[in-house]
Structure formats: structure tokens, C-alpha cells
Design a protein around this ligand. Structure first.
Ligand SMILES: [Ca+2]
Ligand SMILES: [Ca+2]
Length: 241
């Protein structure tokens, strides 16, 4: 074999083995994702009103439809009671007051009444009325969702929320951290003299993260990282490419 042929053969070997390595690596990642979901004990939420199961991406992910499975599986909450459903919102047989009331996650809904609560002039954007959301959030708490990604690709995420002060959140896909320490800016308004209403100034923050998703079922976790006393309404996933 002359020098040129030797070199050619050497490079062909490198390309061949790189190809094999890449194939094995891709397979490992795919298996890991599959195993993560296979070993996960949570299941998509459904009830008599909400029947769609795993929330579809692209689209809106409603925070209150975190998975079924309880503490340590589908969520982590710092105490064992629901401060909203059955708490602040007394159990009265209605869907809005009793929504997941035995869960530790704290859930309330937007109220349009006097004195003005979620429809005050201090909103940055008006929410819908009677819209369930997760509140009383604390650092260390998390919520997990089985999502059904319809289209593989890159997505930008927007969030509908309130925050008493600047807070931070992070996201994980199949238990792998994909976006760390995202700033959720305060919706505190000095001019509002009603103290409790500082938890009810709604805002819509665009493009808080850009994430890549494979097609199909997977888990999506939202972690509260730093105190902001956030109320989480929904995240919109916008398909970019
Ligand atoms: Ca709680
Ligand atoms: Ca909580």
C-alpha cells in the first residue's frame, strides 16, 4: 500500500468508527429517554371536566394538570395540604373550589369580583376568569407533566404568571435539567395599596427559554428555584423550527 492509500484507509477507518460511535450514542440517549418514561410512575391527569390527558406540544400547558402520582412522583410541595382548593376556597361542592383538594399542591383560580382581585387595573395583561392556577409556590417545589410532543424541533416558551418579587424557575425534560435559573420578573406594583393584591398582578413573559424536543411522550418538570411567590397559570410552547 502506498502512502496515499494508507492515509485514505486511515481516514476511512476514522469516519467508519465515528459513525458507529455516534449511532451507539444516539441509541443510548433514546434508550435513556424511553427508560425514564418507562420507570416513571406518574400518569397524565384527567377528570370529568378535563379529558385530554397528556398535554399537547405545541400549545398551552396548564399548570394545574400536573400528573397524578402524588408527592415525590408527580410533584413536591413543602407541606401536605392544599392552601387553595378546600382551604382559601372553601369546599362547597363546586369544581373550582374542590379541584384536586386532597393534593398538597396549592391551587386557586382567577376571580373577577369586588374588591377587584384578578381583574384589577394593575394587571400587565388580563387573565381569563375562573382559570385554575398553581400558587403558594416555594423554592424546592416542583411539578411534573407527561407531555405529548406532536412535532420534533425547537420551541420557545412563554409564561402567564404573577410574582410578588423576582423569582427563578428551571425546567427538566425526562429528568435532565435543560434550562437553569430562569428569571421570572416581579409584578409588584407600588401604586397598588392593597397588600394581598400584589399576588394577583398577571403578566405574560415571552421567550423565557428555547428548548429542543423529540417527538412523542416525555416528562417535563417545572422547578421553583428562588422565591418569587409566583402564581403559575400556563406555559405556551411555540414551535420555531
Ligand atoms: Ca401545599
Ligand atoms: Ca406550595
Amino acid at each position: 500500500m502506498d502512502k496515499n492509500n494508507k492515509r485514505k484507509s486511515f481516514f476511512t477507518s476514522i469516519i467508519f468508527f465515528s459513525g458507529i460511535f455516534l449511532a451507539i450514542f444516539t441509541l443510548q440517549v433514546a434508550c435513556k429517554q424511553h427508560n425514564t418514561l418507562a420507570s416513571y410512575k406518574g400518569t397524565p391527569y384527567e377528570d370529568g371536566v378535563y379529558k385530554d390527558g397528556a398535554q399537547k406540544i405545541p400549545g398551552k400547558l396548564q399548570f394545574e394538570y400536573y400528573d397524578v402520582g402524588g408527592e415525590g412522583i408527580a410533584y413536591h410541595d413543602i407541606d401536605s395540604t392544599n392552601s387553595g382548593s378546600g382551604g382559601l376556597n372553601k369546599a362547597d361542592g363546586t369544581y373550582l373550589h374542590e379541584f384536586r383538594k386532597t393534593d398538597a399542591v396549592d391551587i386557586s383560580y382567577t376571580k373577577f369580583r369586588k374588591p377587584l382581585i384578578d381583574n384589577s387595573p394593575y394587571n400587565f395583561i388580563d387573565p381569563e376568569e375562573n382559570d385554575l392556577y398553581v400558587g403558594w409556590t416555594e423554592p424546592g417545589e416542583w411539578l411534573k407533566y407527561t407531555i405529548d410532543v406532536q412535532q420534533k424541533g425547537v420551541y420557545a416558551l412563554d409564561i402567564m404568571y404573577t410574582a410578588n418579587k423576582d423569582g427563578r424557575i428551571s425546567f427538566a425534560v425526562n429528568d435532565q435539567l435543560v434550562a437553569d435559573s430562569i428569571l421570572i420578573t416581579s409584578t409588584f406594583v407600588e401604586a397598588d395599596t392593597i397588600a394581598w393584591r400584589q399576588w394577583h398582578h398577571w403578566n405574560y413573559l415571552k421567550n423565557i427559554a428555547t428548548l429542543e424536543f423529540e417527538k412523542g411522550l416525555q416528562t417535563f418538570t417545572i422547578n421553583t428555584v428562588e422565591t418569587g411567590n409566583m402564581n403559575y397559570n400556563y406555559i405556551r410552547f411555540k414551535h420555531l423550527e
